[in-house]
Design a protein around this ligand. Structure first.
Ligand code: URA
Length: 237
């Protein structure tokens, strides 16, 4: 049986797992020996994410079978926007609409995110938007640790390629996973974090889905956005 958690740890360590033929998931390499021709999906899965360019990375994500969510996804949700954007927005994971359309933040929460960006003079074309997870967790449950661990190299590589001036993290789950902390959202808002190993400033605000449920907090979210803009402009530490 495939143990996704063990598999993710082995992959993180750069160790290829031998999989008996009957257990193989289509697109995942069993064992890739040097000089052996493999099908493209397997070659992508075996390649090092840290050195991929944007297009190779997008193809690797589309073929990914690292954590088990491929069994329930319609498609992967890579990211959208300007690949050299100054602003990089990080959300949690695709929901139902995103899973159907293959684009992050296209449901009701996405419409609010668009409005928040517009209020700053930005749009989904001028920022880059990606999630911690590239696949929808069934029923929109919280991401599991092994899923975050398996998906983390993709987001890290997106950030490394984009080299944004600022990361805006929306919601507790995105913030905790990106920053590697279990601090509550209230403790993470209102200050600048630094994303290791890049040293890119990170500002945390509410998730737009939460703001839809608690519109009274929109005012505080707006304060966060103005704060993020000040940080980006270098006026705030
Ligand atoms: N919520 C998220 O965090 N990301 C999406 O893409 C959609 C909803």
């Amino acid at each position: 049986m495939i143990d996704p958690r063990r598999d993710a740890i082995l992959r993180t360590l750069g160790i290829d797992r031998y999989v008996p033929r009957a257990d193989r998931v289509l697109g995942a390499p069993a064992f890739v020996a040097p000089g052996v021709a493999v099908e493209p999906a397997a070659a992508l899965a075996a390649a090092s994410v840290e050195t991929m360019d944007w297009d190779t990375l997008a193809r690797a994500v589309a073929a990914c079978t690292r954590c088990g969510l491929e069994a329930t996804r319609t498609q992967t949700v890579f990211g959208v926007g300007h690949r050299q954007a100054e602003w990089f927005v990080v959300g949690e994971a695709p929901g139902e609409q995103e899973d159907k359309r293959g684009e992050p933040f296209v449901g009701r929460a996405g419409q609010l995110l668009d409005a928040m960006l517009r209020a700053l003079g930005l749009s989904r074309e001028t920022v880059y938007i990606a999630n911690v997870l590239k696949c929808r967790p069934p029923g929109n449950r919280d991401p599991k640790p092994h899923e975050v661990e398996a998906c983390q190299p993709y987001l890290q590589r997106q950030i490394a390629l984009a080299q944004p001036k600022l990361i805006l993290c929306v919601g507790r789950i995105a913030a905790q996973n990106l920053l590697g902390t279990d601090a509550p959202l209230g403790k993470l808002r209102g200050r600048v974090h630094s994303l290791a190993p890049f040293g890119i400033p990170v500002v945390v605000t509410y998730h737009p889905a939460y703001l839809l449920r608690s519109p009274g907090e929109k005012r505080r979210a707006w304060t966060d956005l103005l704060y993020a803009r000040e940080v980006l402009r270098g006026h705030r530490a």
